[in-house]
Design a protein around this ligand. Structure first.
Ligand SMILES: [Zn+2]
Length: 432
């Protein structure tokens, strides 16, 4: 009665040694010992089985374009934007599709099966939108790809920005983006937030804005975004991405702001790799970290999920489609290294991201989609520490990717012949 049973799995909530039975594309049983004989069986051997990773903030139109047409010399956000502006007229649909599909292959091997990507709408040709809508359809059997209409050069600032974004929505892009801190003035930024929230409310769409991605503590568009969210009845359907200026804001102001954000049920999306790389660039020393106030936002019960944002593009020359790498950086930058902290960080790249993205049937419960990842780690803290291999990636009850365990062979007399980097190095305090 099961298509596949995963035996002896440890679950993200700490339960150990469970069998997970998959049938008809759903999770049909989670029990200590399932006796039925399945079509197929995987022995997780006491390793972590998690729902797939979700990336709520990515740029699939720019990914893998590193070096085109040149490298980012200053390494700043603003040079990245102007470099992307140089590349944009040269983009073709074919090249965009090819790069995006290649990134999706990588994502699948990393157990990353849900991605929300921004799509730059600044070029009125909208070749980016055309390409990514095609990719969305092509990858649908293995990746759920959500698309955001994103006015990279400014909704009001770019000539034709307003019309172009609307056309992208007409083409079928389902989320309204924005970039208020990049408009010409603070006032234009605030006006863009109001206009874009109105547009989303009129069309019944969610909102996901790049918001206050700057070190400037006076960049306070998140306040406007939260207020307009309440005013337009968009509670719970709005995401504020980056919010790095909150790092530099006055503490009293933030105490008022966080309550407003909580009231508006804003989904918060920091991008730890990109924030630590791009923020604080104008500081000498001490140099700001720039990531938003993750611990405080989580403590106020805001839904915080982390995005990868960039992989080998004009803004970021690194990245590997691995949400555990994103979480690893978040632990460092937010200084959240306690065991409970780490569990919250793992949630931020799984269940919290699923909530931000409004995913249905996501999770590790009976009736959820049979989408799972078997990792070469015993539990969540080990997964975050090691960024281990994804031994099996399962979509709709079928294995769609497999990676052999990482085992080091040793040729030293009197020492072991091989080591498993997780299992063989568990300190006594964590021994199970
Ligand atoms: Zn972004």
């Amino acid at each position: 009665m099961f298509d596949l049973i995963i035996r002896n799995a440890n679950l993200p909530d700490g339960r150990q040694g469970f069998d997970i039975g998959l049938a008809g594309g759903k999770i049909a049983a989670i029990e200590k010992s399932i006796t039925a004989s399945p079509g197929e069986e995987i022995d997780a051997a006491g390793r972590l089985v998690s729902p797939p990773f979700c990336d709520p903030h990515f740029h699939m139109d720019a990914t893998l374009s590193l070096g085109l047409p040149r490298m980012n010399i200053s390494g700043t956000l603003l040079e990245g934007i102007s470099l992307w502006g140089e590349l944009r007229p040269l983009l073709t649909k074919e090249a965009l599709v090819e790069r995006a599909l290649r990134y999706c292959d990588l994502a699948v091997t990393q157990g990353l099966l849900y991605i929300r990507s921004h799509v730059d709408t600044s070029d009125p040709r909208l070749v980016t939108a055309e390409a990514l809508l095609e990719v969305k359809e092509q990858v649908a059997p293995y990746i759920e790809l959500q698309l955001v209409a994103f006015p990279q050069d400014g909704y009001f600032r770019a000539p034709g920005g307003v019309a172009s974004l609307e056309r992208a929505l007409d083409m079928g892009i389902g989320i309204v983006g924005g970039i208020p801190h990049f408009e010409r003035t603070m006032e234009d930024g605030a006006r863009s937030v109001e206009a874009l929230c109105r547009l989303a409310a009129d069309r019944g769409l969610p909102v996901d804005m790049h918001c206050d991605e700057t070190d400037d503590p006076m960049s306070r568009h998140i306040e406007t975004l939260a207020a307009e969210t309440v005013r337009f009845g968009l509670k719970g359907r709005v995401a504020g991405s980056h919010l790095t200026s909150m790092h530099s804001m006055d503490n009293y102001y933030v105490s008022k702001l966080i309550s407003l954000m909580a009231e508006a049920e804003i989904n918060v999306i920091p991008n730890p790799l990109i924030n630590i790389m791009l923020q604080g660039r104008h500081d000498t020393y001490p140099k700001r970290r720039g990531m938003t106030r993750v611990r405080e936002l989580m403590a106020a019960d805001l839904n915080v999920s982390f995005g990868h944002d960039c992989v080998m593009d004009p803004w970021y020359s690194m990245g590997s489609g691995d949400m555990l790498e994103v979480a690893h950086m978040a632990i460092h930058v937010a200084q959240m290294a306690g065991i409970e902290d780490k569990c919250k960080i793992f949630d931020a790249i799984t269940v919290n991201s699923a909530k931000t993205m409004g995913l249905e049937g996501y999770g590790l419960d009976i009736g959820c989609k049979a989408d799972l990842v078997v990792l070469q780690a015993a539990d969540v803290t080990e997964a975050l520490r090691l960024k281990p291999n994804r031994l099996f990636v399962i979509k709709a009850g079928k294995v769609i990717a497999r990676t052999a365990p990482r085992v080091g062979e040793l040729f030293l007399s009197g020492r072991p012949a091989s080591i498993d980097m997780g299992r063989d190095y568990v300190p006594p305090v964590l021994q199970r």
